[in-house]
Design a protein around this ligand. Structure first.
Ligand code: NAI
Ligand code: AKG
Length: 424
């Protein structure tokens, strides 16, 4: 029988159009000229690869993979690779564009890219995932490169996949090329602090936003959707700052404790149970649809796109949304959020700690030197705080919400660089 991949989710906004709607508003506020608008609106390159992989049962299955380069105006393109059953091209295009804006917001010398493979890593063996990763890498060996396009982890991938990618790419070049990928294991040239960097950046931007709103972290509560790399680290670091985490969730369900969830305990449980919270007893089960509308001060969506939409935005009670995930808020929900006076630290700012430390990893690889964890964290925190202040200042100057302000900061930087380079 022919294997049939699950169809992409149909009843949600197209993420690329959602990205473009915000881009259009920011471009108009900035008075972006037509030439630059046209250059920035579409991805530079979109590659689709068919990847045959021999599965453990001896049969060959063909997977579809993507790599979209949105822009290389600021430098080599940078962005993660997503393994998910429902990943689709317009999603990867949006994620690639968000990488361009994200790198510009934090002022690091990269353009934006993103990759994806339609697969369900939870149902595949380690050997199957390794063969898939190696085949994807060799199919894209001419696209990737330390001065060209530098992948990293995203949903469904982590240091293990990055190690295979680095090894396979190095084989095609005949020498070890550490800087072709970031998010690698430490022994293979990974950076201290990269694993927790995105969650740490989410925490830093949450603290900066709470300060602006006059909120005391030790008297505040939060709910966090997604308990993977970003969500679990954000939860742990927020809890360390005194925030009481009342609700968490993952694909297995949502979990709630009025007294606050013991996050260390939940992480330990997840690590011992194939990365999932299923069966966790430190909290009560709750309806996952109610997590983001529950009575907490801060919500942190840290899983997938389009979870705050016109269907639930009216019911949101939090004063602050910190977007750990890329694209968790649909374009149509923006106006209602703004009318309700909720502050949003948008994805391209809030989750930029990951790519910032990826940049540090790339710099260390090229120097052939290793930084201490303190140096990594101190520099990343400084960049996050400076970027937050830059975006906050733009929101005051143009009288726009933080999301549009972040796009304004980013587009302004990329457009100016385009002008100085004299076009392509
Ligand atoms: N890993 C990184 O460094 C970065 C990740 N991001 C973004 O953060 C988000 C999460 O990425 P990671 O933590 O790396 O992925 P991950 O694969 O480590 O974890 C994803 C988590 O979300 C959960 N999840 C999936 N669908 C869900 C749903 N419908 N409801 C609730 N939970 C659900 C999964 O069970 C898992 O706990 C993605 O949007 C990704 O693009 C953004 C910047 C960097
Ligand atoms: O670390 C990186 O290079 C990119 C991480 C990523 O994919 C993201 O920020 O969405």
């Amino acid at each position: 029988m022919l294997y049939k991949e699950p169809a992409p989710i149909k009843d949600r906004e197209n993420p690329f159009e959602s990205m473009m709607s915000r881009f259009n508003i920011a471009a108009e506020v900035l008075g972006l000229d037509e030439e630059t608008y046209n250059v920035l609106k579409s991805p530079t390159r979109q590659v689709i690869v068919n990847i045959p992989v021999t599965m453990d049962d001896g049969k060959v299955r063909v997977f579809e993979g993507y790599r979209v380069i949105h822009s290389t105006i600021l430098g080599p393109s940078k962005g993660g690779i997503r393994y998910a059953p429902d990943v689709f091209l317009d999603e990867v295009k949006a994620l690639a564009a968000w990488m361009t804006w994200k790198c510009a917001v934090v002022d690091i010398p990269y353009g934006g890219a993103k990759g994806g493979i339609i697969c369900d890593p939870f149902t595949m063996s380690a050997g199957e995932i390794e063969r898939l990763t190696r085949a994807y890498t060799s199919a894209l060996a001419d696209t990737f490169g330390p001065d060209q396009d530098i992948p990293a982890p995203d949903m469904g991938t982590g240091p293990r996949e990055m190690a295979w990618l680095m090894d396979e790419y190095s084989k095609t070049k005949g020498s070890t090329v550490h800087a072709v990928v970031t998010g690698k294991p430490l022994v293979l040239g990974g950076s201290l602090g990269r694993v927790e960097a995105t969650g740490r950046g989410v925490m830093v931007s949450a603290m900066a936003a709470m300060d602006k709103l006059g909120m005391d972290p030790s008297k505040s509560t939060a709910a966090i959707q997604g308990f993977g790399n970003v969500g679990a680290w954000a939860a742990k670091l927020m809890a360390e700052r005194g925030v009481k985490i009342l609700g968490i969730s993952d694909v297995s369900g949502a979990y709630w404790n009025d007294n606050g969830i013991d996050i260390e305990d939940a992480i330990e449980y997840k690590n011992a149970h194939n990365g999932r919270l299923e069966g966790y007893k430190g909290a009560e089960l709750m309806d996952p649809d109610e997590l983001l509308t529950s009575k907490v001060d801060v919500i942190i969506p840290a899983a997938v796109e389009d979870v705050i939409t016109i269907k639930n935005v009216d019911k949101i009670q939090a004063r602050l949304i910190v977007e750990g995930a890329n694209g968790p808020t649909s374009y149509k929900a923006d106006n209602i959020i703004n009318e309700k006076g909720i502050m949003v630290v948008p994805d391209i700012l809030a989750n930029s700690g990951g790519v910032t430390v990826s940049y540090f990893e790339w710099v260390q690889n090229r120097m052939g030197f290793k930084w201490t964890l303190d140096r990594v964290n101190e520099r990343a925190e400084r960049i996050m705080n400076e970027s937050f202040e830059r975006v906050y200042a733009a929101s005051q100057k143009y009288n726009v919400p933080m999301r549009i302000a972040a796009y304004i900061v980013a587009i302004d930087k990329v457009a100016m660089t385009y002008k100085y380079r004299g076009g392509f």
